[in-house]
Write a protein that binds this ligand. Structure first.
Ligand code: KG4
Ligand code: ZN
Length: 336
């Protein structure tokens, strides 16, 4: 008999529910909340309200798509954190209600571990040991993964996340929110003409706030001389900013791969959709003999399939959560 897990993800602004049967994802449906675009960033109160509206229709759609009834499920996996407290509470409240009414056990999942596990969803799966670069709107981490549940954080950002840097700099350039995908598209049309800082910190950590300030100061100076500076140079500005971010990410990844002699490399999180990053990593792959895995885009950005995947492995180990478990807005991988 196959094990069927329902996964629920509501940690930020994506409401997502998935059904997994053993290692196959039968359905993974994500509603990305559009309301935040007009505010230029995620508004936490709106995020929780929109999750609340989404849960029941999402659940119905996922069960219909997967062809599975609630009574065939074995457990409910739900994101415990990190994330926005209100958003987490909506998903957890929904999961607990479902658990109480059906008797299904609950499995609490760390969202960051789930991003790493997105590398094991589609074929060919990445093999252990591997190094995972998780790059999202909220997190930037380098993680050594020796086995399922055996994760060591080797480096992380000390300020902004890589996706946050894309989004904040996108805002400075007048791009819609979230800026990352827009900046990526325009960068493909431009050249690296402007030199922005490429920060390299000790201990394999990252810092992106210096880049953001450097771009701000550079734009202010040039806009004084030419009010059309941004519109006349937009593609090249995007290419130059993107190049700095990619260099910062790849420099630490190369160092760690050499230090630990690990050539299995996974890239997870929303920023792994970035075309420039994919091209650079694919170039490095040849010269450094890397075996590289990028999950499908639907598993890169926040999704419930990755939550169900962690749930599946925890189910095999009988790692269930008590009904009174709490949401954790901060939940480092070290504390799993
Ligand atoms: O993983 P994710 O969906 O949510 C978080 O957990 O944060 O990542 C969202 C982030 C946003 O910052 C978005 O701008 C960025 O991923 N992103 C991109 C691209 N697609 C999404 N950044 C750069 N290039 C892209 N193509
Ligand atoms: Zn995420």
């Amino acid at each position: 008999m196959s094990i069927k897990i329902l996964g629920i993800e509501t940690s930020c602004d994506d409401s997502s529910i998935a059904v997994l049967s053993d290692q196959d994802i039968l359905a993974n449906i994500t509603y990305t909340q559009k309301i935040h675009q007009k505010y230029g960033g995620v508004v936490p109160e709106w995020a929780s309200r929109k999750h609340l509206e989404a849960m029941v229709p999402l659940m119905q759609e996922v069960l219909e798509t997967s062809g599975i009834s609630i009574h065939e499920l074995n457990a409910i996996a739900i994101t415990q954190g990190p994330g926005l407290m209100g958003s987490l509470l909506v998903g957890i409240g929904f999961a607990k209600g479902l658990s109480l009414s059906t008797g299904l056990p609950l499995i609490s999942v760390n969202h960051l571990e789930a991003h790493v596990m997105s590398l094991l969803i589609d074929e060919p799966k990445l093999t252990f040991p591997f190094i995972c670069l998780t790059v999202s709107g909220g997190h930037t981490q380098l993680i050594l993964v020796k086995d399922i549940g055996d994760l060591t954080v080797l480096g992380s950002t000390i300020d902004d996340a890589a996706g946050e840097a894309f989004d904040k700099i996108g805002k400075l350039l007048g791009l819609p929110f979230p800026g990352g995908p827009h900046l990526d598209k325009l960068a493909q049309l431009g050249e690296v003409k402007f030199k922005f800082p490429v920060t390299k910190l000790k201990n394999h950590n990252f810092s992106f706030s210096g880049l953001k300030t450097a771009v701000l100061v550079f734009l202010q100076k040039n806009l004084k001389e030419n009010p059309n500076f941004i519109s006349e140079n937009l593609n090249d500005l995007c290419a130059s900013v993107q190049d700095s971010i990619i260099q910062m990410l790849c420099n630490q990844l190369i160092d760690l791969s050499k230090k630990y002699k690990i050539t299995n490399i996974g890239i997870a999180g929303g920023v792994s959709a970035n075309q420039g990053l994919r091209q650079r990593i694919n170039q490095l792959k040849g010269s450094l003999n890397w075996k590289v895995k990028f999950p499908q885009i639907q598993y890169c950005t926040d999704n419930a399939a990755m939550i169900a995947t962690v749930g599946y492995y925890k189910y095999l180990k009988n790692e269930f959560a008590p009904i009174n478990f709490s949401a954790l807005s901060r939940f480092p991988i070290q504390e799993i």
